[in-house]
Design a protein around this ligand. Structure first.
Ligand SMILES: *Cc1c(COP(=O)(O)O)cnc(C)c1O
Length: 383
């Protein structure tokens, strides 16, 4: 660590909001003796579904588990193709592989970093079993635009709790199985956790069975009528989720406020260096702020920027790597560099800055000051 940036003023990359309400909620479950498959599970599912305006929700052990079960529930299996985004956290594609299906990627749009409906339509073949749009960085993907294709849709809304489509529908509230995730850096956390929202009671029933070892709710404990998993979310976690739902609107507003501080503080650097920020909301769509990602100016070495910022006590992260360029994807599917240029550019230049609801304007100012020093000072990291 360099001298002036001691442990005292270290700014974390992310930080959950956990208070007395969360502590009390967890303690109550611990003292109740019913630690799993209890009343908190049902209450959490019901309140989450109500918030989205859908009829059903199934809480599961992670967003990844939710994606896996949702793909299974819409019938994705060996040999099928699923159209998705190469610019995502790897779980959205790995779950396609878990079903021995093939991810078919289409490149994202430069502004939204989501997959455009016309490119999705052009990638459909007779083997396409589902479409898997990703609401990356909390940006609503164009789901309405792919609905006319008539194929099952599974939405990865892991980063998008609180986002709103142009027509006013909450992201994840259009009725397709939509998954949310509750790892500690997400908009709402249960430590680890996930949830599938859906309008379809049959999909809800399938997911409820398969998360619980292939056991329907009306079956005995050791009775099973299909392959299942242990993808359950405990009542301890659901109680935490309920407490987080109580304060969700406040946390979302805090995130939006921190993002606005960043945009204001970075305006000068954007004008001077060609640093790029995420596109502002357009046409009635509303992003739910999940991460604060900037793209370093062209010609600047992103990884050297990360190192230089770390030396100044600012933790940042490359965000996100392109999925098709991971070695096991290249080897298995023959992906290569140059196939998805917008994704590859975003992956090469993306830098995630410290971002969390309790972040202060002073902390934002300090991050921006250090980034300014690194990008404009002597020895700026050229690519
Ligand atoms: C976090 C995340 C997931 C997976 O969630 P986990 O709960 O970590 O399994 C899936 N997709 C995206 C885009 C995510 O950001």
């Amino acid at each position: 660590m360099s001298g002036e940036a001691g442990e005292r003023d270290r700014i974390p990359l992310a930080q959950p909001v956990i208070g007395e309400a969360e502590e009390q909620a967890v303690l109550e479950v611990l003292r109740s003796g019913q630690l799993s498959l209890g009343p908190k599970l049902l209450a959490f599912e019901r309140r989450f579904a109500e918030r989205l305006g859908v009829d059903h929700a199934s809480a599961v052990s992670s967003g990844t588990a939710g994606l896996h079960l949702a793909l299974r529930a819409v019938g994705v299996g060996p040999g099928d193709e699923v159209i998705s985004s190469p610019f995502s956290f790897i779980a959205s594609s790995n779950t396609i592989l878990m079903q021995d299906a093939t991810p078919v990627f289409v490149d994202v749009e430069p502004d939204t970093l989501t997959i455009p409906a016309d490119a999705v339509a052009a990638a459909v073949t007779e083997r396409t079993a589902a479409l898997l749009p990703v609401h990356i960085f909390g940006q609503p993907a164009d789901v309405a635009g792919i609905e006319p294709l008539g194929l099952p849709i599974v939405e990865d809304a892991a980063e998008a709790l609180g986002a709103v489509h142009a027509d006013g529908t909450p992201v994840g509230g259009r009725g397709h199985p939509a998954i949310f995730a509750f790892y500690a850096n997400k908009q709402l956390t249960t430590g680890e956790g996930g949830l599938v929202a859906t309008a379809d009671p049959a999909i809800k029933a399938t997911i409820d069975s398969e998360r619980n070892q292939g056991r329907a709710p009306d079956m005995q404990w050791l009775d099973h009528d299909r392959l299942g998993f242990n993808y359950r979310l405990s009542d301890i976690q659901c109680a935490l989720g309920l407490a987080q739902l109580d304060r969700l609107d406040g946390m979302l507003a805090d995130r939006a406020r921190v993002a606005a501080w960043y945009a204001e503080a970075l305006a000068d650097l954007v004008a001077r260096t060609g640093l790029e920020l995420l596109a502002p909301d357009a046409g009635g769509e509303r992003r739910s702020w999940f991460v604060y990602v900037v793209r370093v100016p062209r010609g600047v070495d992103r990884d050297a920027t990360i190192t230089a910022l770390a030396e100044r006590g600012i933790q940042t992260r490359p965000y996100l790597p392109a999925i098709h360029l991971f070695s096991f994807y290249r080897e298995r599917f023959g992906f290569r560099e140059g196939q998805f240029p917008v994704t590859e550019d975003a992956a090469a230049r993306g830098l995630s800055l410290p971002f969390f609801p309790a972040m202060t304007q002073d902390q934002v100012a300090r991050v921006v000051a250090e980034l300014t020093a690194v990008l404009t000072g002597d020895g700026a990291p050229a690519a």
